[in-house]
Write a new protein. Structure first.
Ligand SMILES: [Zn+2]
Length: 296
């Protein structure tokens, strides 16, 4: 809670300065130093939006997602996030492929208005009724697992929507607890990490840090690749719909809250991450999202 308050205070100062008014006389020297910080890269994170035009089910308020997203969008724009990563389960189920594609179309138009540069991690709900090709085709992303560089950092998107036998999810052909990263993706990951000299952040939907139904079945194998690369600093994941954090072998694993959970703006959750040139990472959490800060 303290960290959140501090963050809000900082945001306030920054916005003030962006207005071109140089009034920091009353501010403390630490405040001035913070304003001078030059983050290497800043990006927005959202997860588990589960958008669908259908009534709430349990704690999931599908129709409220656009309003919650609009609030996050305002923050991301105001604080100039360079890119946006959506950590999976962007949509929820419909009775037909056509209706589900319409849900995706609606929510993706809003994402497109937030950030020109954005990446989508596949969640089990994204490719439940739809195929991977249908989902990716609609959002204009070529690959389900991929990597890119920004601001001195390397970023990796993983796709754990594969059955144990290697078959990709799609058209209701899987059990959601059977999440796996297949051998060919592991090989790609090892090569990709070997080819970068930059500190690296990984994005995944299903979890890589705990045992249980929400975890990638071969998570230990994936973690071994991340650890042996010596590059990976943090992994951001969704799927569990709740805040969680673990450090394993020097890698920070953060699970973010789901945007779909709960009614009202106060139930939402989203994050802005600053990864600076010195190698430190700061996660600003909004609404129900926890904040974190890690030194290099
Ligand atoms: Zn979800």
């Amino acid at each position: 809670m303290d960290a959140n308050n501090l963050d809000l205070a900082r945001i306030g100062r920054r916005a003030f300065l962006q207005g071109g008014v140089l009034v920091l006389g009353a501010a403390t020297t630490t405040a001035t130093a913070r304003v001078d910080e030059k983050p290497g890269v800043r990006f927005g994170l959202i997860t588990d939006l589960h958008y669908a035009d259908k009534p709430p089910a349990g704690t999931r308020h599908y129709r409220e997602t656009p309003a919650k997203l609009a609030e996050a969008a305002e923050r991301f724009k105001r604080d100039k996030a360079e890119f946006l990563v959506e950590l999976g389960d962007l949509i929820d189920a419909a009775d037909s492929v056509e209706v589900e594609l319409a849900y995706l179309d609606r929510i993706d138009r809003e994402l497109a208005a937030i950030a020109e540069r954005r990446r989508y991690v596949l969640g089990n709900h994204c490719v439940d009724t739809l195929t991977k090709a249908e989902f990716l085709g609609k959002v204009g992303q070529e690959r389900s697992f991929d990597s890119f560089d920004a601001g001195g950092w390397h970023f990796v998107l993983l796709d754990a929507c594969f059955r144990g036998d290697g078959e990709p999810y799609g058209r209701k052909n899987f059990e959601w607890t059977d999440a796996n990263i297949p051998a060919h993706e592991i090989r790609w990951l090892r090569d990709d990490l070997a080819a970068t000299s930059k500190p690296t952040i990984v994005f995944a939907h299903q979890r890589l840090d705990v045992e249980g139904p929400h975890t990638v079945k071969n998570a230990a194998e994936v973690r071994a690749v991340l650890e042996s690369s010596g590059r990976v600093r943090a992994v951001f994941q969704g799927h569990s719909h709740k805040n969680d954090y673990r450090e394993i072998a020097g890698v920070h694993y953060v699970t973010l809250v789901a945007m779909v959970e709960g009614s009202g703006a106060e139930s939402s959750g989203y994050a802005l991450v600053d990864a600076d040139d010195a190698g430190s990472i700061r996660v600003r959490g909004f609404r129900k999202q926890q904040a974190y800060a890690w030194a290099p």
